[in-house]
Ligand binder design. Structure first.
Ligand code: CGF
Length: 799
């Protein structure tokens, strides 16, 4: 079967009207914006299905090796705009919708974000699926169909308020139910020996029901599947109880079952550690492995060929139970000898580590694991003993101190383990997995993260995208390293003006939106200095706001010193239980209230915290950004991916040598990057210095004054002691070295001010960031996984 181009035919307006009538059941006179958006979505979806069927058939007939990406999170965002761009229908759709007298923007913005993730890890999974399709690599994503994604964030008196997210309140246009793909997943119960085979009899079971979303690649030449599992009870209603008027009891089983896929745990990096979370992790992992083996059996005969035909990627430790579960399916259910089952599983599984934060590595109490998954606990002990037997000299136990270390389990059961940036991978070898690395020196490899250029440049920044295509053609969208072709053109004044003009127009759009939705007016000629990411101490949003306070004080002291007008824009959610992070949010809002009302300084400095940061808000903010804040304590941010999106869209980075910042600086050139702060080894050394914060404060009066203002309640006159926990921490332990990096951060920010005042120079640096960021495409990352980890190939010639 040769490759067949699956690109579809057109006539979109007719299709929209047909779906409005026959799928939505509305006539044009009564249709709502939502109806039109659904009709357009169905019309577009029809065209994706054609590519989907061809891709699915081609993969089957090729008997190709398949990649399975197991992730508790897929931070997808909206799909309509992305589908239109990948189908190359965005222009026609705009014409069709406007031809029907509607606003194209309004229709697109009617779609809720699919916020099925917390941050970078979840968004990376979504970018990876899109690149897997663009590269025509047969693959499936497996995850959970949460009824409620990441909570909605709003502010009340500057405090974060969480409300349930409700993306499924209305029909989700992009999914197809697959009731035929339904699996029973057991929990609890006991294990008995029958004719020297372990037989697990669960105490309870839920059904995992599949919902498929097609993932279309660039130019719709290939479409893979994202399969999300929804949980439901075997018996949805206990009629006897119902007939006895016990209505709650009658629905209890259904409620209990559905709670497994009810809501996403809102913790980024740090694990929830709750029993329900472990149930979620086993639920989707078990259903996915069942489905993978069913498909394998339908295509291939001998299970011993599994590693040749299947590569499974574990997105962090969340699906780490896949190791024992696959051994259970091969050994207990299919009768393979234990060692062979372990070997097959190990050659099929791979694990990505996304963080070094000790508190982020999942550890489950042995009692809980034994209670919930008795057979798996037995297998974990046996795998542990088996590994220890191979390396008696250097014990690296999976089970220790009454806990199951899911990181060690993932490592021991993986063929390849990878970090997500060059620095992170080295630190993984030197710290969290140093012992295991010594035992298995070939196992850890690096795959530096990437982002899809379709969503994160072509779709979200059409102005810059058009200019680039005008200069070098459109090949860059599918082959991002072609952006380097821009560089020889950058002396052309016309091109520079166009690039500067596009950035300013994006900033005007953002200013209009911020003023319309938040009542804050922003000067589009001011520098837009943006920090958008989850709120966490290691990401140091409090270093950024401390600098804002110091700058405010400096401007007040000398208003006519020729300050560079700057707007500091923040966005990001704090895990609901993370009190210190929520305090940082409150502080930023309190500082914003005071600074923005200050007639002396507000022409030069404004602070805005935009609520409910999500994928769609990122798509609005990043094209309008001049400065990207990547200021984490070196050695803490495994990679970052926002940093790549900003560089791609011509925002300059002020950042530390942490995560992928290091590689961004290498690619864009040190002269086009504002570096500051200690390196990872310097951080470790500085932390050992007694009273390192006190010393830094004593050496920098500006820092001392800013801290004192916060401490004295300058931004919380209604509650002067409100931030004593923050100032107490920064003047004391300051584990993330905010104070020790402050002086150099201030220096870097003043260098940024100076550079921004030279518009042509700034534009050139910005354009060089774009031209030299091609390597940070998730297509490049996925090619790396295909070659170095999965041994998978593209089914499209020349991909
Ligand atoms: N979990 N986790 N880890 C992260 C992010 N918080 O989601 O994964 C992201 C994706 O690998 C990284 O970019 C980021 O540095 C890292 O902290």
């Amino acid at each position: 079967m040769t490759y067949q181009d699956a690109r579809p035919a057109t006539g979109l307006q007719d299709a929209i009207l047909r779906h409005l009538t026959y799928t939505i059941g509305k006539d044009t006179a009564h249709a709502t914006l939502h109806d039109w958006r659904m009709a357009l979505s169905y019309a577009v979806r029809d065209k994706i299905v054609d590519s989907w069927f061809v891709s699915t058939r081609t993969a089957y007939e090729a008997g190709a090796k398949r990649v399975y990406y197991l992730s508790m999170e897929f931070l997808i965002g909206r799909l309509l705009g992305d589908a239109l761009v990948n189908l190359r229908f965005d222009a026609e759709a705009k014409a069709a919708v406007e031809g029907l007298g509607l606003s194209f923007d309004a229709v697109l913005h009617d779609e809720p974000d699919a916020a099925l993730g917390n941050g970078g890890l979840g968004r990376l999974a979504a970018c990876f699926l899109e690149s897997l399709s663009t590269l025509a690599c047969p693959a499936m994503g497996y995850g959970i169909r949460y009824e409620h994604g990441l909570f909605r964030q709003s502010f009340e008196d500057g405090r974060q308020i969480e409300q349930p997210e409700t993306w499924l309140q209305q029909r989700h246009a992009w999914e197809f139910e697959r009731p035929e793909a339904m699996y029973r997943v057991g929990f609890g119960g006991h294990v008995a020996d029958q004719d020297d085979r372990a037989v697990w009899t669960p105490a309870e079971a839920v059904l995992a029901e599949a919902h498929d979303t097609p993932v279309v690649g660039w130019q719709a030449r290939w479409t893979n599947t994202l399969r999300l599992w929804g949980a439901r009870a075997g018996d949805p209603l206990d009629l006897k109880r119902f007939n006895h008027g016990d209505y709650v009891g009658a629905a209890a089983a259904e409620m209990l079952a559905r709670s497994i896929s009810r809501v996403l745990y809102p913790d980024d990096t740090t694990p929830a550690g709750k029993e329900l979370r472990l149930k979620q992790e086993y639920f989707f992992t078990a259903a996915s492995l069942h489905d993978i083996l069913r498909r394998f059996d339908s295509e291939h005969g001998d299970i011993r060929a599994l590693p040749d035909k299947v590569a499974i990627q574990l997105n962090d430790t969340h699906p780490a139970i896949a190791g024992p579960e696959l051994v259970r399916l091969l050994h207990d259910e299919r009768g393979l000898p234990f060692d062979e089952a372990v070997d097959l599983a190990r050659r099929t599984l791979n694990y990505t580590n996304h963080t070094l934060l000790p508190e982020a590595l999942e550890k489950w109490p042995v009692d809980l694991m034994r209670h919930l998954l008795p057979r798996h606990m037995m297998l974990i002990d046996r795998i542990d003993a088996d590994h220890a037997a191979h390396f008696p000299a250097r014990p690296t136990p999976i089970v220790a101190d009454g806990e199951v270390n899911m990181g060690t389990l993932s490592f021991v059961m993986a063929n390849r383990v990878n970090g997500v940036s060059a620095l992170h991978t080295e630190l993984v070898k030197q710290t969290v997995f140093a012992d295991l690395h010594a035992l298995h020196p070939e196992r850890i490899v690096n795959q530096t993260n990437g982002v899809t250029p379709r969503r994160w440049l072509h779709a979200c920044n059409p102005r810059l995208s058009g200019i680039i295509t005008g200069a070098i053609g459109e090949g860059w969208v599918g082959d991002l390293e072609q952006l380097s072709g821009l560089e020889p053109h950058l002396d052309d004044a016309g091109l520079q003006d166009a690039i500067a003009g596009a950035k300013r127009a994006n900033k005007v759009d953002l200013s209009n939106w911020v003023s319309a939705t938040h009542g804050v007016s922003l000067d589009p000629d001011a520098m837009f200095d943006v920090q958008i990411k989850r709120i966490h101490e290691y990401k140091r949003q409090h270093l950024n706001i401390l600098e804002a306070v110091a700058l405010w004080q400096a401007i007040r002291a000398n208003p006519n010193a020729g300050w560079t007008p700057r707007v500091k824009i923040f966005g990001g959610k704090a895990a609901p239980g993370y009190v210190f992070a929520k305090k940082i949010i409150h502080l930023i809002n309190d500082v914003a209230r005071v600074l923005n009302a200050d007639p002396v300084t507000s022409p030069f400095l404004k602070v805005v915290f935009l609520p409910n940061y999500n994928v769609t808000l990122a798509e609005r903010l990043i094209p309008a950004s001049d400065l990207s804040e990547q200021v984490s304590t070196a050695g803490k941010e495994a990679s970052g991916t926002g940093n790549m999106k900003f560089a791609l869209n011509g925002a300059l980075t002020v950042g530390t040598l942490d995560g992928a910042n290091v590689e961004i600086r290498d690619h864009v050139g040190a002269e086009n990057f504002f570096l500051f702060g200690m390196t990872a080894p310097e951080v470790v050394a500085r932390r050992a210095v007694p009273d390192h914060a006190g010393q830094a404060i004593a050496a920098d009066p500006r820092l001392a004054a800013a801290l004192e203002a916060i401490h004295q309640g300058a931004f919380s006159s209604d509650d002067p002691n409100r931030y004593h926990d923050i100032t107490g921490n920064l003047r004391g332990p300051d584990y993330f070295l905010v104070c020790s990096d402050f002086t150099d951060y201030w220096r870097a920010q003043r260098a940024v001010d100076a550079a921004y005042r030279d518009g042509a120079h700034w534009t050139r640096m910005a354009a060089l960031n774009t031209a030299r960021s091609g390597w940070f495409s998730s297509d490049r990352t996925i090619r790396g996984y295909m070659a170095d980890i999965w041994g998978a190939t593209s089914l499209r010639p020349g991909a």
